[in-house]
Design a protein around this ligand. Structure first.
Ligand SMILES: N[C@H](CCC[C@H](N)C(=O)O)C(=O)O
Length: 276
């Protein structure tokens, strides 16, 4: 079966995007893993799939698979690329697009400067909703890793995030602590592990070791979760520039119960086709 795809990225977060609205195909987890294999496949952090909506009030369903084949609830950088893809491919003429994901419904807004603002919905802070094992909700939790103790925030943007404040992201032990936190037993569904350096109340630097993909050049939901965690710890204001290795996102959050808004670019790289 021949499958057409687009290669896209959001600040270096690397995607393969396939349209299953106009192409009749089915993709299975083992196929995802082989497509992600940078030696024999196309290589990506996540595979993004465009499908017809289940809910007639929505425009599309948006399915997301990590490079390890795991299907996940949300992908922020991918949402911006999704909007660019469906508009440029003329699957919609709308510039405000309602999308159904496993982690909740989101709204994608294409702006005239070619960027995209995504209403990511309200963050979930109740431990059971992250999910994270904790006796009660708090802005900060103590976790133990290899006998050492660390303070983290636990936030869901539909997908689970841990956020650790560090003095310097360049020297943070992301390669060691990232995988250890990703598979920490208190996160029953694993977790994306963020490391945040606070520059000011409106500016942070962030690195994210992503669940199912490893460290990426950018993580959209990670940027949202970092701002939420920083704000509830009293470190940040409502609008924050988040500097990731691949570039900067603008994140806005007015506080508990409000949606998180993420604004940034979406870039097409090449078109391709592959025989599955
Ligand atoms: N690795 C994430 C999914 C992709 C998130 C990231 N690429 C983004 O831009 O939000 C997870 O397992 O929840």
């Amino acid at each position: 079966m021949l499958l057409k795809f687009s290669k896209m990225h959001g600040l270096g977060n690397d995607f393969m995007v396939v349209d299953l609205v106009s192409q009749r195909a089915r993709i299975y987890p083992d196929q995802v893993r082989s497509l992600a294999d940078r030696n024999f496949g196309i290589g990506f952090d996540q595979l993004l799939v465009v499908e017809p909506p289940g809910d007639p009030d929505m425009d599309f369903r948006y399915r997301i698979y990590n490079a390890d084949g795991s299907e996940v609830e949300q992908c922020g950088n991918g949402a911006r690329c999704f909007a660019r893809f469906v508009y440029d491919k003329r699957l919609t003429s709308k510039k405000e697009i309602q999308v159904e994901t496993a982690g909740g419904n989101i709204e994608l807004r294409l702006t005239d400067d070619g960027w995209v603002t995504v209403d990511m919905g309200a963050p979930r802070l109740i431990p059971e909703q992250v999910p994270f094992q904790a006796a009660e909700q708090a802005s900060c939790y103590d976790i133990e890793v290899d006998g050492n103790h660390y303070q983290i925030g636990a936030v869901s943007m539909g997908n689970p995030h841990s956020v650790m404040v560090v003095d310097d992201v360049d020297t943070a032990p992301v390669d060691v602590l990232g995988p250890a936190i990703e598979s920490h037993p208190r996160f029953p569904n694993r977790v994306n592990a963020g490391f945040m350096q606070v520059i000011s109340r409106n500016e942070v630097r962030l690195r994210v070791y992503e669940r199912g993909a490893g460290e990426t050049l950018a993580c959209g939901t990670g940027a949202c979760a970092a701002v939420v965690a920083g704000r509830i710890q009293g470190l940040l204001d409502n609008e924050v520039q988040v500097h990731l290795p691949g570039g900067t996102l603008r994140i806005e959050w007015q506080g508990e119960g409000s949606p998180v808004l993420m604004t940034g670019p979406a870039t097409r790289v090449f078109e391709g086709q592959i025989y599955l």
